[in-house]
Design a protein around this ligand. Structure first.
Ligand code: IPE
Ligand code: IPE
Ligand code: MG
Length: 224
């Protein structure tokens, strides 16, 4: 049975779900957030140490302003309502990405990171304003400037994912088979599951099925 320390998820399909079921993409984002909460609780049950959630990509800025504002409002409300509960559950929050949002959201995110920084049960990485190519380019620039030796360890230390092990498992919902600029470097040896269901329809049963399948995969890492 493979150990599972880190799950990464591309939570795709909210917009399509919203249009189909409620005639609005934003309703899909709202429904998607409920699923996030359930998946987090299930992650704790499985004693997984890290979960990385693709929440907003650098490319998502190309969406209509109304949708972007709604997504950030959802996140703000979530933090306002749930941060203390998250802290009580010994969960650590870390943002992967540059905090270039409203003053209010930037400070809420900083507060969440600071409050939960010592927590040890589960680390939730929110990939927010995250893009893998920019992350890699910045790491190269910073490594060069530091005059440190160019090796894997030093390079990893300049990524947003510094000190976080690479994902063992990547799940993408929404019936699309691409990475969309997510963790291109870190996913080098992850097991990848593409799920047909849209994110708001994904449930803990589906999640457990994937986890169990993952556990029985023969992971070679180049060996036989
Ligand atoms: C993913 O769902 C969530 C975010 C990008 C925030 P989408 O909004 O991309 O949903 P679809 O793919 O358009 O259905
Ligand atoms: C990836 O989904 C980003 C998030 C889930 C936050 P997208 O819906 O933005 O990906 P593309 O544009 O279809 O590749
Ligand atoms: Mg999408």
């Amino acid at each position: 049975m493979n150990p599972l320390d880190h799950v990464a998820i591309i939570m795709d399909g909210n917009g399509r779900w919203g249009l189909k079921n409620k005639k609005s993409r934003n309703a899909g984002h709202k429904a998607g957030l409920n699923v996030v909460e359930k998946i987090i609780q299930e992650t704790i049950k499985h004693e997984i140490k890290y979960i990385t959630l693709y929440t907003f990509s650098t490319e998502n800025w190309k969406r209509p302003k109304k949708e972007i504002l709604y997504l950030f409002k959802l996140l703000e409300n979530f933090l306002t309502l749930k941060l203390l509960k998250i802290h009580e559950q010994n969960i650590k929050i870390k943002v992967l990405g540059k905090k270039s949002f409203s003053k209010r959201l930037n400070s809420q995110l900083k507060k969440a990171e600071k409050l939960t920084s010592k927590n040890t049960k589960l680390q939730i990485n929110l990939a927010l304003n995250y893009g893998s190519k920019t992350e890699i380019l910045n790491a190269i620039k910073r490594l060069k400037k530091s005059n440190k030796k160019i090796n894997l360890e030093n390079f990893n230390n300049f990524l947003f994912t510094k000190n976080i092990p690479d994902p063992d498992l990547l799940i993408r919902t929404g019936n699309t088979m691409r990475l969309s600029n997510f963790l291109l470097w870190q996913l080098a040896y992850s097991e990848i599951f593409f799920i047909k269901k849209l994110w708001p329809d994904f449930n803990t049963k589906d999640y457990v099925k994937v986890i169990n399948k993952f556990k029985n995969i023969k992971r070679n890492f180049g060996k036989i």
